[in-house]
Design a protein around this ligand. Structure first.
Ligand code: GTP
Ligand code: MG
Length: 699
């Protein structure tokens, strides 16, 4: 294995809607470049980047898989990301450390929900983009329709740089619109192509496509525009350079053609990646700052800069232990080096420094700036940490992930499972930043929150397969909250002074509502020592602990302010504990007065479906207490935007599938908390009270 420098590295995120062929495409590129003796297939569980047991069984990607090819003296690192909605943040995380993104679309379906989503991520990280119209060998494949749909969604800057030769089972090759040459692929799936003349029936379309491309390249560049006006074309060199610049500047998004499964179009694609997508050292590093400072700090991606690397992914391998995947942003990392973890303040040794090829770790002597590596058994490094030169420390910004969408209670099946669960959970949580674990304040049940039912089910299967822990999932829970709408002014007094050492705490508080999202504020307004200073935090603690336990239905109380303004104490009998109890008594009284209510999470949802279903879908959303906010037609698809309470969306996926005969899809994001309508709130409170009464009876 050669060592590559940043100028010869391309870090390409392979992204797109679920099942668009990303994993198959990476397999095809690997096979063409000479990796492996067979073309890996998702259906057979042999694709290099879907190696996790759960990925093989379910036949779709779950986490970003890494693999590389050596092509034209370059190393292309592929980050094969998942396209299913519940795993899409994993794609975002991978895209962040990439230098460009390929966005695949299915030649039959065109743009789908997650296509838009990953395009937004590419925008977020300013990534140059290639669109790939894949599966051109499929029945009903249409390059024109797919391109039209790309242009409808992303503008005419989504411009073909290739045309397919033939379609469906006659798809055999590619016309390169830059060089105006044809390439015909061997039918054996090896991905090799021979140059041919452009077929007669494509000559005119190729010429038109070439001219359209030349014009678009010239458009954003004064010097090229002049050349174009003078000669009505560009010299081949200027076209190549101009196109690369336009791609790097995100002015143009080239559209390429492939059939991953038949390994057609791959050779042209790898050439195009090397030619038009930016090298690792042509990009900026992640946002960073010096430790303890908020001032942004930029360091070029270069071997001669001080060492810095960012850990973007962790894998809990049952055999190799914890694997840390990282990108070296500056300096040269040598195998066996000891490097400081600047986030944690510890030291880590990089023994057996490697680069990932699917599940295989290929040992290398060093990794240069811009390349991606992997190392096993770092002691306390986790995803999001920066390691590097201590004398010239920088910290890369961690990526923030959205809040989980859905919460399940779970229960270990046996005592043995209970013993193993916490260490297994810890490792699963280390891998997956969209997963959260907690306990129900009331019932002490274990709660697992994630991006959707499929996400949680996958984690449960992983717990079993990888760590031998068996759990049962209970129906999903909605994270209701409580708050107050009015004000209160109350006294909380805890006094026990019969026999022995007494207890005395007394506080007077005011309570008032705060705007949504502000959580909790405590104001100390005590003057003249009515309560000694050292007991004031105890009052706050008492209030907070009671707030977490809830008042109406056992849900945490949020968005309120408590002002402690008076009280009294006893020289001997007062204690922190007594004031804590006083605080919680005051809190309960205040809730009684302050017109409490339940809050529920409201989600922003976007439903994609063929136009014919739009009416039914809107009716259904209305019946789910949804507020439709807009409708957009894009191509033959309708996009409905709405806000719907989470409680009404828990079972949406199967409904949508049956209403649209499998042709609809949706995305969902947390928007805000809103007051639960009185009738519904009443039922929730009743249910809670009944459950609580049942528990007390049991005790
Ligand atoms: N006909 C045809 N089928 C393809 C092609 N590429 C992929 N497939 C099939 O489409 C299905 C999905 O392919 P994958 O490569 O797993 O797709 P993906 O984009 O990685 O999917 P996710 O990981 O779920 O996001 C598999 O059954 C593939 O065999 C193609 O070019 N032509
Ligand atoms: Mg995949």
């Amino acid at each position: 294995m050669k060592v590559y420098s940043g100028a010869n590295i391309r870090n390409v995120a392979v992204t797109g809607h679920g099942s668009s062929g990303k994993t198959s495409l990476v397999a095809a590129c690997l096979y063409l470049s000479g990796v492996g003796s067979r073309l890996g297939r998702v259906e057979e569980g042999t694709a290099v980047t879907d190696f996790d047991a759960e990925e093989i069984e379910r036949k779709h990607s779950i986490t970003a898989g890494l693999a590389y090819v050596e092509w034209n003296k370059n190393k292309i690192n592929f980050l094969d990301t998942p396209g299913k909605g519940v795993f899409i943040q994993e794609a975002r995380n991978g895209m962040r450390v990439a230098d460009s993104a390929m966005i695949l679309v299915d030649s039959v379906a065109g743009v789908e929900v997650q296509t838009e989503k990953v395009f937004q991520f590419a925008e977020e990280f300013a990534l140059p983009v290639f669109f790939l119209v894949n599966k051109l060998d499929r029945e009903n494949a249409s390059f024109d329709r797919a391109t039209e749909s790309l242009q409808q969604f992303f503008g005419r800057t989504a411009v073909p740089i290739q045309l397919p030769i033939g379609l469906e089972k006659n798809f055999v090759g590619v016309v390169d619109l830059i060089l105006l040459k044809g390439f015909i692929y061997e039918a054996n799936g090896q991905g090799k192509a021979a140059e041919i003349e452009i077929p007669a029936d494509l000559k005119e379309a190729a010429q038109q496509g070439h001219e359209a491309l030349v014009e678009l390249v010239a458009e954003g560049n004064d010097a090229l525009m002049e050349e174009f006006f003078e000669k009505s074309t560009l010299s081949p060199d200027h076209l190549l350079e101009g196109l690369k610049q336009a791609v790097v500047d995100r002015r143009l998004f080239p559209v390429c053609v492939t059939a991953a499964l038949a390994n057609i179009g791959t050779q042209n694609l790898l050439d195009a990646i090397c030619q038009y997508l930016p090298a690792a050292n042509e990009r900026k590093a992640l946002e960073a700052s010096a430790p303890g400072s908020a001032i942004p700090l930029e360091r070029p991606i270069s071997n001669t800069e001080p060492m810095s690397l960012y850990v973007f992914k962790t894998l809990a391998d049952p055999f190799a232990g914890r694997l840390s995947f990282f990108k070296v942003y500056s300096g040269v990392l040598k195998s066996d080096a000891t490097i400081a973890n600047l986030t944690k303040g510890s030291q880590e040794r990089f023994a057996h420094l490697s680069i990932p090829q699917g599940k295989t770790l290929v040992e290398v002597p060093e990794i240069q700036a811009g390349d991606i590596g992997v190392v096993a058994k770092l002691k306390d490094t986790v995803t999001g940490d920066t390691l590097g030169d201590k004398e010239q420390a920088i910290l890369f910004q961690k990526l923030a992930f959205p809040e989980p969408m859905i919460t399940f209670a779970m229960e270990p099946k046996t005592r043995g499972d209970e013993d193993k669960i916490s260490s297994a959970l810890q490792r699963v949580l280390e891998e997956d930043f969209t997963l959260k674990f907690g306990r129900d304040q009331q019932t002490n049940e274990m709660l697992l929150s994630g991006m959707g039912q499929l996400h949680i089910e996958t984690i449960v299967a992983r717990l079993k397969k990888r760590f031998g822990v068996d759990v049962t999932l209970k129906p999903p829970k909605v994270p209701y909250r409580e708050t107050v709408r009015g004000k209160a002014d109350v006294q909380g007094k805890h006094k026990k002074q019969s026999g022995g050492h007494g207890q005395y705490g007394d506080c007077k508080i005011k309570m008032e509502p705060l705007p949504r999202g502000s959580n909790f504020e405590f104001v100390n307004d005590i003057f003249g020592g009515a309560i000694p200073k050292n007991y004031i935090p105890a009052v706050e603690k008492g209030v907070l602990e009671a707030a977490v336990r809830g008042y109406l239905a056992g849900c945490p109380v949020v968005d309120f302010r408590v002002i402690l303004y008076d009280g009294s104490y006893h020289e001997v009998d007062s204690s922190e504990m007594a004031f804590k109890i006083a605080g919680s008594l005051a809190f309960k009284k205040a809730m009684e007065q302050a017109n409490p209510c339940l809050l529920e999470p409201i989600m922003n949802i976007e439903v994609f479906a063929p136009e014919a279903y739009a009416g039914d879908l809107m009716g259904d959303l209305n019946s789910r207490r949804g507020r439709v906010q807009g409708m957009d037609s894009k191509g033959s698809m309708q996009v409905i935007k709405a806000q719907v309470p989470m409680a009404e969306m828990l079972s949406y996926a199967p409904t949508l599938t049956s209403m649209t005969q499998g042709r609809g899809d949706y995305t969902m994001e947390f928007s805000h908390y809103d007051i639960v309508p009185a009738q519904i709130a009443e039922k929730i409170v009743e249910k809670y009270k009944a459950a609580k009464a049942g528990e007390e009876e049991e005790e």
